[in-house]
Design a protein around this ligand. Structure first.
Ligand code: ADP
Ligand code: ASP
Ligand code: MG
Length: 440
């Protein structure tokens, strides 16, 4: 069985959905298809939730109405038979009734999660209606019945596996299954989600849960490129990446993959392919255990980084000092991305300010604390990059105009990370494209 995930742009227009219908029926292998919401929908749902949280019902209502108009037109262009159109329209109308009802009740975070879930619920139901119209036999599997996260928001692969397999069993003889990306239930049984871009994560979790032959991520670009194509003009696709390399790129900001989306596939050794819906014959990127080649492969950038420096001439050399510092971050469940030390200070970075105040307060007894927000981690990722002899030379030559705040090298064989003020991100990516990859 294989997994095929289609992102927002891949289902964002009726003709694209028709194309997805073609792509998922190209071979005979039983398939689970995971869909995102139509492009733009989750952003609008976030905006509706934001407006509701501020009790700005007028804005929320206006956005709901605009979204409704969009879906009405979409249905008309997607479906050509009266029976399927009427059925799908009734279903979509119900979802919008729900959105209109929430305008009348008091807002809370659990309700917000329900709002955010509407996008994937609607896209899959519309797609199912289209498949029905096209005579393509399939079953719609509700992700809310099998996708589970625990009290720490961690997906539970064994539970997902058991529930999903039982659902598939209920549809004996079917070869094609459609389900929602992104959405899940949490430990309290409420509707929740895997965070923005989470459909990739759903795909990898589902691929792990059923030990799929392959997890195909279909998007709007022909694979992982060597640099961020939104920032740098000339970028090229990478044919093969190891799981470790892809995980580093995803974690350090390559938007094509959700930051956590590699580990489930890696754990169950399912190859991941990044493919282009708009150009289905393009090779794309294959992600598997082997890296394929040695050397630098790509750079990625992660914004919203906060650097924290703890300066203490008294304590740094004492053993146990770092443990005490790490315990503070552990207490507030805040992961550290980068760390560098000197004799008198330690600098580290975090990507969330949720508990920043509390963390700083608890660190204060250890020394002088400096906090620098608005930084970006730029990661250079590759296989055995330490063995590329002139790599560091090229890297630092390229970066000479940039005020680099931190450097992390040697933590893994796949990564060199530097921390720069976010204002310098674009220039850093462009300089590296030229200096490290020879691309202008
Ligand atoms: P989807 O909606 O299919 O999930 P996303 O927008 O989440 O698609 O991810 C695809 C986008 O990721 C591309 O259009 C591209 O702009 C962006 N991107 C950022 N970095 C990279 C990279 N290194 N390689 C390829 N795409 C990247
Ligand atoms: N629809 C969700 C989002 O826009 C999940 C996804 O597309 O992966 O974040
Ligand atoms: Mg995405």
């Amino acid at each position: 069985m294989k997994v095929m995930k289609f992102g927002g742009t891949s289902v964002g227009k009726p003709e694209r959905m028709h194309e997805v219908g073609r792509l998922i029926t190209r071979d005979e292998e039983p398939t689970i298809v995971i869909l995102s919401a139509l492009s733009g929908t989750t952003n609008t749902l976030v905006a509706i939730g934001d407006a509701m949280s501020k009790n700005d019902k007028e804005t929320a209502k206006q956005k709901i109405d605009e979204l409704y108009a969009h879906y009405q037109q979409f249905l008309k262009d997607l479906l050509k038979q009266e029976a399927t159109y009427n059925k799908a329209k009734a279903i979509i109308d119900e979802h919008f009734e729900f959105l209109n009802i929430i305008l009348k009740i008091s807002f809370n975070e659990a309700l917000n999660k329900d709002i955010l879930a509407q996008g994937e619920l609607m896209s899959t139901k519309m797609f199912s209606a289209y498949l029905e119209e096209a005579g393509i036999d399939h079953a719609l599997l509700p992700a809310l019945e099998f996708m589970r996260i625990d009290a720490y928001d961690e997906p539970q692969v064994p539970v997902i596996s058991e529930k999903l397999k039982a659902l598939i069993e209920e549809h004996k003889g079917k070869k094609l299954f459609i389900t929602q990306g992104y959405i899940c239930r949490n430990a309290r049984g409420e509707v929740d989600n895997l965070k923005r871009g989470g459909s990739d994560y759903s795909a990898s979790l589902i691929a792990a849960a059923i030990k799929a032959s392959v997890c195909e991520i279909w998007t709007d670009i022909d694979g992982m490129h060597n640099n961020d194509p939104r920032v740098v003009k000339k970028t090229v696709p990478i044919e093969q990446l190891s799981f470790d390399e892809a995980a580093e790129l995803a974690y350090f900001g390559a938007k094509i993959l959700h930051p956590a989306s590699i580990w489930p596939a890696q754990m169950y050794n399912v190859p991941v392919k990044l493919l282009n819906t708009m150009q289905p014959e393009a090779k794309g990127t294959t992600i598997m255990a082997e890296a394929g080649s040695v050397g630098v492969k790509a750079v990625a950038a992660k914004d919203g980084i906060i650097a924290i420096k703890i300066k203490s001439s008294r304590m740094l050399l004492a053993y146990g000092f770092l443990r005490k510092i790490f315990e503070v971050f552990e207490k507030y469940r805040t992961p550290i991305d980068m760390i560098t030390t000197s004799e008198v200070a330690v600098s580290l970075t975090i990507d969330s300010n949720t508990y920043l105040k509390e963390i700083v307060k608890e660190l204060e007894p250890f020394g002088t604390i400096e906090v620098d927000a608005n930084h970006t981690i730029v990661s250079v990722v590759g296989n055995e990059i330490v063995k590329t002899t002139d790599m560091l030379q090229r890297l630092f030559e390229a970066l000479s105009p940039i005020p680099v705040r931190m450097v992390s090298y040697g933590g893994s064989k796949h990564n060199v990370s530097i921390l720069v003020p976010s204002d310098y991100k674009t220039e850093t990516l462009q300089l590296l494209n030229k200096g490290v990859f020879g691309l202008e």
